[in-house]
Design a protein around this ligand. Structure first.
Ligand SMILES: Cc1cc2nc3c(=O)[nH]c(=O)nc-3n(C[C@H](O)[C@H](O)[C@H](O)COP(=O)(O)OP(=O)(O)OC[C@H]3O[C@@H](n4cnc5c(N)ncnc54)[C@H](O)[C@@H]3O)c2cc1C
Length: 472
């Protein structure tokens, strides 16, 4: 007899991984099928990493409801999986007091606490590098920052640790509904499930067509960024937004939990490809320098972009009317990261009508991604005495050791990609962007996974660095 899972989840972004983990912790059997070589392969790896307070979303929308609820759930969730949450707060600054007051009252309507309106003098005391244009602002104490990919990976790993199954590089080619059970195949491995959850982000419609469920008019909006070297950290200790426009929260400057500074994103209609453009980068330069002095984009170590899937003005989170037991999650653009735990709770308890109880099956606690460089000196020395790999630095920009990389390769979710290592332990995330350590990282992955150098990928299937045989 084939195993029938309570749920098959398509797409291991923050939404799919959170639902997968929550179902597993609540005692249900779940399989997460991800087409990429890792979870967080889509938009969840390329965003601002802000857990928004919730003052921006239009009152009465799903965005407002889930943002505020989700943001309140973050401390407990991050604490459970050992993911750092930065309590840096956020400022929205500009020169239109009426708009600041509107944001303030929208925040109150949405249920956001600890909001404060500030004048220029008050702002200058906290952000000395605001430009001359800035006369007023709003402070949201509860706004936070998180690494969106470390969180997504950790949630997927916690789910695996407690009995869930994750298949990477799984490209579904057929979905059939027979005798009340869904059968899903990629041509090699079949899975059977009672519920299907479509959380494939930008690819939602393609999966919906395979399932036979609703498709939506999805528009894509690209957001481009600069990421600055750690030397620039003092430019913004909190997230600094401009006053929002009708179509976006605007170009912000924010610290990351890892000590870099993000400047971006743009927001314009695009296709779903991730690329950067001269026009977009120019806009970031103009708008960030209108808000803050000393934003030194010459200190950028990387430029990148992420793409939002947008359906009208709100998230689509509903049960399919065309197919039984199918949950549609479309247009989960910003604030999707902030909303993820609340969306997951709603999907499980309201749409699937299952018992949401994260303590029920929480048998195994996830060991957090603690990097050796963060350990106190004595603890690090003890670790090196036990395992000399922790004394061998591979990535000099970020102080990542052979031991850290091997630890990441021996976690519940098995990967064989350089980008997977980069996101887990930061090898290649620093100033040289992997220029000096790439070959060593490839060798460690191959050796540790008992694979050849040719097997190691950048990201997923078909992204192998080395094609052909390497002669000794
Ligand atoms: C520029 C930008 C900035 C943002 N900033 C913030 C922010 O600061 N705070 C915030 O709250 N939100 C923010 N967001 C929104 C947030 O990033 C998204 O809401 C969230 O990442 C969406 O997660 P998801 O799981 O729905 O989609 P994704 O992360 O895209 O996950 C979908 C997954 O499905 C996989 N997939 C695709 N097709 C298939 C298939 N056929 N089978 C299996 N798997 C498949 C993909 O590989 C991917 O891993 C931002 C978004 C952008 C673009």
């Amino acid at each position: 007899m084939e195993k029938v899972y309570d749920a098959i989840i398509f797409g291991g972004g923050i939404i799919g991984s959170c639902i997968f983990d929550d179902l597993t912790l609540s005692g249900y059997s779940a399989v997460l099928l991800e087409i990429g070589g890792d979870v967080a392969s889509g938009t969840s790896k390329a965003n601002s990493g802000i857990v928004h307070a919730g003052f921006d979303a239009t009152p009465g929308t799903l965005k407002a409801k889930f943002n505020v609820e989700g943001s309140l759930m973050y401390p407990e969730m991050c604490n459970r999986v050992g993911v750092r949450l930065g309590n840096c707060g956020a400022y929205v600054i500009g020169n239109d007091l009426k708009k600041v007051e509107e944001l303030y009252s929208r925040g109150l309507t949405n249920g956001v606490k600890d909001l404060e309106i500030l004048n220029r003098e008050q702002l200058l005391k906290r952000i000395p590098n605001i430009t001359e244009n800035i006369t007023c602002g709003l402070f949201a104490k509860s706004s936070k920052i998180v690494s969106p990919y470390v969180l997504t990976i950790s949630l997927a790993e916690e789910g695996i640790l407690n009995g869930g199954v994750v298949e990477l590089n799984y490209n579904t080619i057929k979905v059939e509904h027979k005798n009340g059970v869904y059968e899903v195949t990629n041509g090699k491995t079949k899975y059977f499930g009672k519920y299907l959850i479509n959380s494939t982000g930008n690819a939602y419609n393609d999966m919906a067509k395979l399932i036979g469920s609703e498709t939506y008019d999805i528009k894509y909006k690209r957001g481009e960024y600069y990421i600055l070297d750690k030397s620039e950290f003092s430019v913004a200790y909190s997230t600094i937004f401009p006053l929002p426009s009708a179509h976006s929260k605007g170009i912000l400057v924010t610290p990351t939990v890892d000590g870099n500074t993000l400047v971006g994103p743009t927001s314009y209609e695009s296709d779903s490809s991730v690329k950067t453009t001269d026009l977009g980068l120019k806009e970031i330069k103009e708008k960030s320098s209108a808000m803050l002095n000393n934003v030194n984009l010459k200190k950028a170590i990387r430029i990148f972009s992420g793409v939002r899937a947008v359906v009208g003005d709100d998230f689509v989170i509903e049960k399919s009317k065309l197919k039984p037991n199918v949950i549609n999650l479309a247009g989960i653009c910003s604030p999707g990261l902030s909303s993820a735990p609340a969306i997951s709770k709603y999907v499980i308890s309201e749409l699937m009508q299952l018992t949401y109880d994260l303590k029920k099956n929480a048998k195994h606690k996830l060991v957090p991604y603690t990097l050796s460089k963060t350990l106190p000196k004595q603890e690090l020395n003890d670790l090196i005495a036990k395992d000399s790999d922790y004394g061998k630095v591979v990535c000099k920009c970020e102080d990542v050791t052979v031991g850290d990389i091997k630890m990441a390769l021996n976690r519940p979710l098995k990967i064989n990609s350089v980008d997977g290592i980069k996101r887990r332990v930061r090898a290649g995330m620093g100033r040289c962007q992997g220029g000096f350590c790439l070959d060593k990282v490839i060798s460690i992955i191959a050796e540790s996974n008992n694979e050849t150098l040719e097997d190691v990928c950048k990201e997923g299937v078909g992204t192998n660095f080395i094609v052909g045989n390497i002669k000794e």
